[in-house]
Design a protein around this ligand. Sequence first.
Ligand code: UD1
Length: 364
Amino acid sequence: MTEPIYLVAGARPNFIKLAPLVWVLRSRRDVPFQIVHTGQHYDHVMSQTFFEVLNIPEPDINLEVGSGTQSLQTSRILERFDGLLGEKSPSAVVVFGDVNSTLACSLAAAKRQIPVVHVEAGLRSFDRSMPEEINRLVTDALSDLLLVSENSGLLHLQQEGIPDKKVRLVGNIMIDSLVRMQPKALERQTALRLGVEPGQYALLTLHRPSNVDDPLTLSRLLVLFADLSQKIPLVFPVHPRTKKQIESLGYTPPVDFRLAEPVDYLDSLCLQKQSKLVLTDSGGIQEETSCLGIPCLTLRQNTERPVTVELGTSTIVGNDESLIRETFERVLDGQYKHGKPIPLWDGHTAERVADSLRDLLQGI
Ligand code: UD1
């Protein structure tokens, strides 16, 4: 009998990518699997709530690694996952996205010559100051099957000399979750609960080290956002990393700059869909807003997801105050671009991933 494959997830965006594959594999039964949670994210609201609303079964294994510096966290996952692989022999290890768990588990599996499958391969920001870029480069170099979400990924992998036969364009698995959960999400009264009218607020998310770790950068951004909130209320569910930084600044926001606890997946979709615009440094939210048709000001210097700018609704604004103000005004004046559909972001990516996994297992 074929040993199960391991589906590895560790951080919030991983869970949204894992869910559609679990739904499909549960119904097909041709690819046995187990879920491994590394424990990179561990707060109830960062982890458990995602399993609940996305109807993902409890992980079969939890490595409970918790937080640490980039390298400490990565090495702890590496050590614990390697220990697991020493006892069990999964047929393959599937990793998602670009978080530290993705890198650590692909490395542990490759060292034990267990095939590695990377879902969301080939994305590149060409900015190695981002931990995620290092994670992407290493994971792709180690992977045996590279499943790509947008055309730019195919080009990057070709340029890096990855053989074509290892690569498949499957589309964006995160959008499967969006397509399935959107109706349920829109039943939520999230905006009203957070004290704003649907359609009459902007949504902000911020957690990248480049925006939140330097007190001066963060203070400047907070002053700017407080000012923008006078034009339209700003709702800001605050990531734990950002919360710590804001607390250490001793910052008190004005009344229409509404700081909130992190929200679950359904509330996040609901808040995005009902907003006038979104300001974010999240990769996943650039993708979700593009599909939802909501203007997205991307608070980064670059993106590894260029299709969200070329076809989607995103504009790169960095942390450039005048560019943020100008683009913000353009949206409020109704002068902002409209997005177009993105090829293969159709809600059926998980089926293509499952087909690829079946083919891989048949070839082993
Ligand atoms: C990680 C990913 C990032 C992703 C983000 C989504 C990496 C390198 N980064 O960043 O790509 O966009 O997840 O959220 O993997 N913390 C808690 N509770 C938790 C989790 C984290 O309090 O459940 C705090 C801890 O202080 C921790 C900090 O947040 O040190 C950062 O967490 P970490 O997992 O290291 O990175 P993220 O910033 O969440």
